[in-house]
Design a protein around this ligand. Structure first.
Ligand code: HEM
Length: 208
C-alpha cells in the first residue's frame, strides 16, 4: 500500500507535497460525481416534490425523470468507488489521523472565533485548523448518510431492514434530501473559504 501511495504522492522528487496525487484525483472525481448526483437528484425530486417548491430546470440534469435516474444510477457507482478509494488510502496511509486529529470542541471554538476576528493563520497550508477538520469529517459522514439513505430508497425491498431503520420509504427519502441539503451548504461554505485563501486551490491542483 505504501508503494502505491508514494507512487502517486510526490509531484516532483525532492519538493514537499501538500496534497498527494491520489487525494487530488479522488477530490476532483468526487466533485464531478457530487455535481452530477445533486443535479440529477434535483430533477428526480421535481417529478414528485414533497416540499412546496421545485428546483429550476436549468440547474437540473437528465431532461426528464427517466433520464435523471440514469445519470443518478450511473454516477452513484463513481461516487461510491471513488469514496472507498479515498477512505481506504487515507486510513491505511495514516494521513487521515495526521490531518484530521486531534479535534476538540475547545479547538473548534478557538479557531472559529479567530476566523471571525480575521486572525486565523494560513501560513502553513499543510495543516487544517479545527474548523476545517470538523467540516471535512462532517462532509465525509454526510456523504455516507447520503449513500445509505439512497440505498434504502433505491431498493426498499432488498434493503428492507435498512429502510425500516430509517423509518420507512418516505422518512428515508427525507433523510436523503436533508443530507443533500447539508452537502450543498458545505460546498457553498467550502468554496467561499477556498476563495478567501486561493493558495489552497493551487495545492489541490498541483500538489504543492
Ligand atoms: C463538490 C463537493 C466537494 C466536496 C464534498 C469537497 C470535499 C473536500 C474535502 C473532504 C476536503 C479535505 C480532503 C482531505 O484533506 O482529505 C477538501 C479539500 C479541498 N477542497 Fe473540496 N470539496 C468539494 C468541492 C470543492 C470545490 C468545487 C473546490 C474548488 C473551488 C474545492 C477545493 C478544495 C481545496 C482547495 C481543498 C484543500 C483545502 C485546504 O488545503 O485548506 N473543493 N474538499
Amino acid at each position: 500500500m505504501d508503494t502505491i501511495v508514494s507512487a502517486v504522492s510526490s509531484p516532483r522528487p525532492g519538493r514537499p507535497t501538500i496534497q498527494p496525487g491520489w487525494l487530488r484525483i479522488t477530490h476532483w472525481v468526487n466533485v464531478l460525481a457530487i455535481t452530477v448526483m445533486v443535479m440529477s437528484g434535483w430533477r428526480i425530486y421535481n417529478a414528485s416534490p414533497f416540499l412546496d417548491f421545485r428546483f429550476p430546470n436549468q440547474y437540473t440534469l437528465g431532461g426528464w425523470l427517466g433520464g435523471a435516474l440514469q445519470w443518478h444510477f450511473a454516477f452513484m457507482w463513481l461516487l461510491v468507488g471513488n469514496g472507498l478509494v479515498y477512505l481506504v488510502v487515507n486510513l491505511a496511509s495514516g494521513r487521515m489521523a495526521r490531518r484530521f486529529l486531534p479535534l476538540s470542541p475547545r479547538g473548534m471554538l478557538r479557531d472559529a472565533l479567530d476566523a471571525l476576528r480575521g486572525r486565523l493563520s494560513h501560513a502553513d497550508v499543510r495543516h487544517y485548523n479545527h474548523v476545517q477538520r470538523a467540516a471535512y469529517l462532517f462532509v465525509i459522514v454526510d456523504i455516507v448518510a447520503l449513500v445509505v439513505s439512497g440505498l434504502a430508497i433505491w431498493k426498499p425491498v432488498q434493503f428492507g431492514p435498512l429502510c425500516a431503520l430509517l423509518g420507512g420509504y418516505e422518512p428515508a427519502r427525507r433523510v436523503h434530501f436533508a443530507a443533500m441539503s447539508l452537502l450543498v451548504a458545505f460546498v457553498v461554505l467550502h468554496v467561499s473559504m477556498v476563495a478567501l485563501v486561493p493558495r489552497t486551490l493551487r495545492s489541490m491542483i498541483t500538489g504543492r
